[in-house]
Design a protein around this ligand. Sequence first.
Ligand SMILES: Cc1cc2nc3c(=O)[nH]c(=O)nc-3n(C[C@H](O)[C@H](O)[C@H](O)COP(=O)(O)O)c2cc1C
Length: 330
Amino acid sequence: MNNHTPPFDSSAFRRALGMFATGVTIVTARAGDGTPVGMTANSFNSVSLDPPMVLWSLAKSARSLPVFHAAEHWNVHILANEQNDLANRFARAGEDKFAGLSLEPALADAPFLAGCSARFQCRTVFRYEGGDHIIFVGEVVGFDRSEMAPLLYVSGEYALATRLASPIATEVTGAADASAEPAPFTEQLLGYLLGRAHYQFMWGFRRTLDELGISHGEFFVLSLLAVRAALDADQITAHTAYTGIAADTALLSAMRARGLLSASADPAPRYALSPAGHAASRRVLAAAHAVEAALVEQLGGREAAGLRNLLKHLIRASDPGLPTLWGASA
Ligand SMILES: Cc1cc2nc3c(=O)[nH]c(=O)nc-3n(C[C@H](O)[C@H](O)[C@H](O)COP(=O)(O)O)c2cc1C
């Protein structure tokens, strides 16, 4: 019989714990000499509603341990999704974590940070030994919240919270046949979802494009030249070819003839928006912004932030090597 227990794999334990998604907090207190301390903690949790109590746990190795041990009050800041830099700052040892931060007045002396999703002002009521951590239980003496979407932490990485979407209404085209091949075209197909979302979005401001008599290709050129001044035809093509729409010299000449573009002298003219082109671009952008604002209103700010984040990932992952649109010279 083998009585040996397998050696405990603490990094596997950490990775398993990392599957429990949490928010991210900064917990702060003030030393007797007035020095502020604070640290990033995701061990925060609710304990009791009546009386209101919360907990978090602090590593015995933390430099701030003696201060939290002695402090009667501490504040828990639930970080907003734009505060990941602050989370990193308060997770690092050896720097002035509070440098440049403006603090807000609080009920007690613990530092009170701004711009968070929620804040709990607490008074220590219990402290428990918890292995290599100390568990602090606090009575909540004050709290507030904002509409800022919270920052999450899962599998060792920061993340955003988005609601699970309900299925898109689809037509049922007959009884399911268990022996049939899985349908090649389903609601889960990323290409379908992206394409449909794109065209439904465009639908909302297509009327403005039609009113201005602006084609799809011209719309791309207008949008490009609204952020990049004076490009030649090759540069414009390099930016727009991925759309499958040829922004060739014929299209550019036609836009010039209609007064939407101005061009420098041949042989390699550089195109820019004319005053009329700028006006058209502003009208289209205003219509697109209105569609976006209505959608964000429906989706909610949190979903919109999550969607922007995912789309940026997708654009980075699928980039065939396009020139940089913003912040680069021609
Ligand atoms: C997302 C995240 C969550 C963390 N959660 C905790 C925690 O709950 N308890 C803890 O003791 N340390 C936690 N840490 C580590 C501390 O933030 C880090 O050790 C910090 O430097 C301690 O500060 P101090 O040594 O100045 O007290 C976490 C770090 C990160 C990035």
